[in-house]
Design a protein around this ligand. Structure first.
Ligand code: FAD
Length: 261
């Protein structure tokens, strides 16, 4: 498929093509860009990202196997420095094994497709991945156990690898201010949702905004009427309804395979 060809996307759906494109780009391009993963922090951040994906990313079987293989390979790597060449080799697909380990190498944006190539795409995919991970974590374990597991993985990933440094600084400032107070996995879901909305508000009307995808406080009323309330004439969120909406929106059942390789 031609990456720039317009694709029919439904904003109420999550697309596997976006998720896999994001993983391919983040693992093989963005994180691997650090010439060597040297320094304990960088390597730890990368290992942590892959381990969290293995635990919570609801991928197709070949992608799950890919992530599991990469995770065990990284666990066996105990030297302090990881040369890029070794990492690149470890991140190759293996289609011939009895359990194929494949993360597609093409980048196809569907729900994250912008009206121009420089809009949307990867940053949209990265938000989507981390929303999905916080939700999967909230669905899979006791609420009070490791509430920051996914958020601190995201914080480390963004700090060490996210190519947009200005974004990383903004995100780190928000994290430093309040992330540590998050006391449960559902609160972690809502923390990411409300801080993403803070970013949307800051960027609305700016020059990175795709004119066809204006920054909204999300989900807008037409997507989730019950998420919105009014208190004495002032807009307020109905947080329990937002949580219910997020659990449905970012559920494996709402991930669609259109345009996936
Ligand atoms: P995005 O904001 O990328 O959202 C992707 C999708 O997530 C949306 O299409 C929607 O389906 C859903 N969504 C939207 N809001 C929410 C929400 N509150 N909760 C759950 N789901 C939601 N750009 C800058 O110019 N300056 C910055 O400082 C900056 N900081 C960033 C920090 C991080 C950590 C990330 C990942 C990105 C940052 N960006 C920043 C990029 C910017 O936030 C957008 O990702 C980019 O402009 C593309 O916007 P988009 O329209 O595709 O929607």
């Amino acid at each position: 498929t031609n990456a720039s060809q317009p694709k029919r996307a439904d904003r109420s759906k999550v697309y596997m093509a976006d998720l896999e494109s994001t993983l391919h780009y983040s693992l093989r391009v963005e994180a691997a860009r650090a010439a060597t993963l040297s320094g304990a922090q960088l390597l730890a951040a990368f290992k942590c990202y892959v381990a969290t994906l293995v635990k919570y990313f609801p991928g197709r079987p070949c992608v799950q196997t890919y992530l599991q293989n990469l995770d065990s390979w990284l666990r066996n790597w105990t030297e302090p420095e990881l040369p890029r060449s070794a990492l690149k080799e470890a991140m190759k697909n293996n289609r011939d094994a009895s359990h194929p380990a494949v993360l597609p190498t093409n980048v196809t944006w569907v729900g994250c497709q912008g009206s121009e190539p420089h809009f949307r795409g990867y940053p949209c995919g990265l938000w989507t991945i981390f929303h999905l991970l916080t939700i999967q974590a909230a669905q899979s374990g006791p609420d009070k156990e490791l509430p920051l597991e996914v958020l601190s993985t995201m914080r480390c990933y963004v700090r060490h690898f996210f190519g947009c440094q200005e974004c990383a600084q903004h995100f780190e400032a928000m994290a430093a201010e309040s992330m540590d107070r998050v006391a449960g996995r559902e609160e972690a879901v809502l923390w990411l949702w409300s801080h993403h909305n803070e970013v949307n508000a800051r960027l609305a009307g700016g020059d990175t905004e795709d004119p066809n995808f204006p920054k909204l406080q999300w989900p807008p009323p037409d997507m989730c009427p019950q998420c919105h309330r009014e208190e004495r004439g002032v807009h307020a969120w109905n947080q329990p309804a937002v949580l219910t909406f997020l659990k449905a929106h970012f559920s494996p059942a709402n991930i669609h395979l259109d345009y996936a390789e």
